[in-house]
Design a protein around this ligand. Structure first.
Ligand code: 6PG
Length: 271
């Protein structure tokens, strides 16, 4: 089946662990390529709970990832953040710091948390945008190109903090925006869709039966990003990969149900 540039690649894994394993393998491959090119590797982490499995794999002493990944060249950013202190259990930064940065001894000057304290949401978005422009050396109107952005998807089809029927979905003249989410009665800070779509590589990690209805809508039903914001991810480079477990893929139709992605070099498929 001819895959158009904008068609995402969907790999169905046996479990959430398999989703995390394949996501970690991609980080090995992409970061080692950057190391070979003598370039930094700019990675945006997703929020929520799914990344915890990935962080546990990346920091484990019992598999290749911790050893193989050139951690010293990776600069860590966040695709979005909750409007809470970094000490809050809700903070995406706190999860990454507790489960990844602190365990790997990542240099502080390679970690770029979204500022959430002492500023109004709009001020924080502006400040994060300035730090992105400074790190990426961006001029006005240019979008920074992350080497890899990890994303999750909510049960409602949101991604990052681009929630259905919220103003952030339509922001194209900024890199970062504050977004009040009525259904959660909370403020969020998020990268905007143009920035997400400029990434060299984008990997969705989606697991669990609760995601199945939205995943079907996002990947196989009509284009309706107001309702299903994850559909906004139509990366200009075509490098959007969906790593989904069997439960989340349960409602997908056609050969996607069977497609588990390429074998590795040993002819084995990751779990
Ligand atoms: C956040 C996220 C959000 C998340 C999805 C999936 O800050 O909550 O960035 O987009 O990725 O809600 O969350 P789970 O991984 O917990 O299902």
């Amino acid at each position: 089946m001819e895959r158009s540039l904008l068609d995402p690649r969907i790999y169905i894994k046996q479990s959430a662990q398999g989703v995390a394993y394949t996501a970690a393998e991609a980080l090995v491959r992409l970061s080692k390529r950057a190391r070979a090119e003598g370039a930094p590797f700019r990675l945006a982490l997703s929020g929520g709970s799914t990344p915890k499995l990935l962080y546990q794999l990346l920091t484990s002493e019992t598999n290749i990832f911790r050893r193989e990944i050139p951690w010293d060249i990776i600069e860590f950013f966040f695709g979005d953040e909750r409007w809470v202190p970094h000490s809050s259990p809700e903070s995406n930064y706190k999860l990454a710091n507790d489960e990844l940065f602190s365990k790997l001894g990542i240099r502080e000057d390679h970690i770029f948390p979204v500022p959430t304290e002492g500023l109004e949401p709009d001020e924080a978005a502006e400040q994060y945008e300035q730090s992105l422009m400074s790190v990426f050396g961006q001029g006005e109107g240019d979008y920074p190109r992350f080497d890899l952005i990890y994303l999750g998807m909510g049960d409602d089809g949101h991604t990052a903090s681009l929630f259905p029927h919220t103003q952030a979905l339509h922001v194209e003249d900024s890199l970062v925006t504050a977004n009040y989410v009525p259904k959660l009665s909370t403020n969020r800070i998020t990268l905007t869709a143009p920035v997400l779509n400029t990434a060299a590589n984008t990997i969705f990690m989606v697991a669990g039966a609760s995601k199945a209805p939205a995943l079907k809508e996002v990947l196989q039903d009509e284009y309706n990003p107001e309702e299903y914001p994850s559909q906004l991810l139509r990366n200009s480079l075509g490098n959007v990969v969906w790593l989904v477990d069997k439960e989340a893929a349960a409602q997908l139709e056609g050969d996607y149900r069977r497609y588990r992605g390429p074998c590795d070099r040993r002819g084995q498929r990751p779990p």
